[in-house]
Design a protein around this ligand. Structure first.
Ligand code: BG6
Length: 466
């Protein structure tokens, strides 16, 4: 029997008293997690010990000095008092993840702790082994588990991974990271849509012509060849980051902001998207990719992916959503461009053609919103000229918090709001299922361009640039 799942008063979750970082000497820990922990300590928000677990045979001093070096390289004006407070909270367990001894040692360290949070900053291929090791010593009885994306590599593997995780702990204690959901700029889409009443009447197929979502990077795979070659742009970015952004743009307002209602609305969007076919996707690979370290000599992994997606529901029927992502493109950009329809009658026909209103969410470093409107061009005649209204959020509102800090804090506090639920993750894999398993051609492109020319067939009117 399914019990009613409407609004209920939630209990306050038990806060985490120890954070366990698997992969503590790895890249993610260095670039994102330690700087996030530093900021938490600085803001008095780190009320837990931090136990690193790693197969690299470092001693305590090597571990902490590497972590602190990583923090100093990424945080401006590091306060050494905060570093020494962090130092007192940190320790390391070393050993091979195949070895039962590591888990036994970890269990000893966690004695007396009520709510461990286990963060798996390790290759997904190791998730099963590590969670079983944790279960064998009883750690999964109370722990929350944080796992990085991509969750699986396709629908079947995600189902299998979920089954193996759920064999040792329930879905409510699994926190799937998609760090875009931790970005304040991405959350702003919700505020923009649901805290302002002026957009809602326009937010549908009657007034919107297309939606274009771009995550472009002007750099390559940065030494991550071995990881990236197994994954590619579809699994690395499109299946997760871009589809999550699409869902926030397309979803109906949730009944409230609990993760349950948020995910309920997002999943309706995903369900309304048909499984993509080969002609709705373009895959590309930059020239030079095959020479990168860790990449297979004949690799067919895509470093660029674009797709046209239709959300077949009442609100969005007939509005194409164009998505693109890629490495070594012309610029680094993270944005959503909403293209409105032309006015029904072109009164100023000479100059008005081809200039619909455009709304742009800038979601990257310089986040903000731009709106392109028509104004009267100076001079005798009634001619139009596009002008822009812009707001730069950092100038208007101050600096944003880092996504990883917000996600760590949320997982440690037991707040699911910024994490993805298994049913919606499975839907996103289902959307890509045929493309991931079919034979789509891979088109080469030169570095510093906007990807393969083939993409023009997908989006005949071209990408809008403001
Ligand atoms: C990660 C991808 O999830 O997101 C990387 O694995 C990508 O390939 C990165 O570079 C981009 O994140 P951000 O926050 O810089 O847009």
């Amino acid at each position: 029997m399914n019990l009613p799942a409407g609004k209920i008063k939630k209990k306050v979750p038990t806060p985490c008293d120890v954070l366990v970082l698997f992969g503590a000497t790895g890249d993610l820990a260095k670039k994102k997690l330690f700087p996030a922990l530093y900021n938490m300590e600085l803001n008095g928000a780190l009320n837990a010990e931090v136990v690193g677990v790693a197969s690299t045979r470092w001693d305590h001093d090597q571990f902490t000095s590497n972590a602190f070096e990583a923090i100093r390289a990424r945080v401006d004006g590091v306060d050494e008092k905060v570093i020494s407070a962090l130092d007192k909270k940190m320790s390391l367990v070393v050993g091979n993840y195949e070895d039962a001894g590591v888990y036994a040692e970890l269990a000893k360290k966690l004695e007396g702790k009520k709510k461990p949070v286990i963060y798996l900053a390790i290759p997904p291929a190791l998730f099963e082994q590590v969670t079983q090791g944790l279960a064998a010593v009883g750690i999964t009885k109370t722990a929350r588990l944080v796992v990085e994306k991509p969750f699986g590599r396709d629908l079947d593997s995600a189902v299998n991974l979920q089954e193996s995780l759920e064999a040792v702990l329930p879905e409510v204690r699994i926190y799937r990271i998609d760090h875009y959901l931790g970005k304040e700029s991405v959350e702003d889409i919700l505020i923009f849509r649901f805290a302002n009443s002026i957009w809602e009447p326009l937010w549908n197929h009657r007034y919107i012509n297309s939606i274009q979502i771009t995550m472009a990077e002007d750099f390559g795979i940065e030494g991550r060849g071995k990881f990236y070659d197994e994954v590619g742009a579809l699994r690395d970015v499109l299946q997760n980051h871009l589809l999550q952004v699409l869902a926030l743009i397309a979803m109906e307002p949730p009944a409230d902001l609990t993760s349950q209602f948020m995910e309920d609305e997002k999943i309706k969007v995903f369900r309304a998207i048909q499984t993509l076919s080969a002609d709705e996707v373009v895959r590309g690979q930059y020239v030079g990719y095959l020479d990168e370290g860790g990449v297979a000599p004949q690799s067919k992994t895509e470093t660029f992916a674009a797709a046209v997606i239709h959300v077949d529901n009442w609100r969005w029927a007939g509005v194409p959503f164009y998505l693109r992502t890629g490495k070594f493109l012309k610029e680094t950009i993270l944005e959503v461009v909403v293209e409105f329809k032309q006015p029904p009658r072109m009164l100023f026909a000479d100059t008005q053609i081809g200039s619909p209103n455009v709304l742009r969410f800038r979601l990257g470093k310089n986040d903000g919103v731009d709106i392109e409107l028509m104004a009267k061009a100076p001079g005798d005649h009634l001619e139009t000229i596009p002008v822009q209204l812009n707001v730069e959020f950092s100038a208007a509102l101050g600096e944003r918090q880092e996504a990883y800090e917000r996600l760590l804090r949320a997982a440690m506090a037991g707040d699911h709001m910024r994490f993805t639920r298994i049913d919606s993750v499975l839907e996103t894999w289902r959307i890509l299922e045929d493309v991931l398993h079919g034979e789509t051609e891979i088109h080469p492109y030169f570095q510093g361009t906007w990807g393969p020319e083939k993409v023009e067939e997908l989006i005949p009117q071209g990408w809008i640039e403001l």
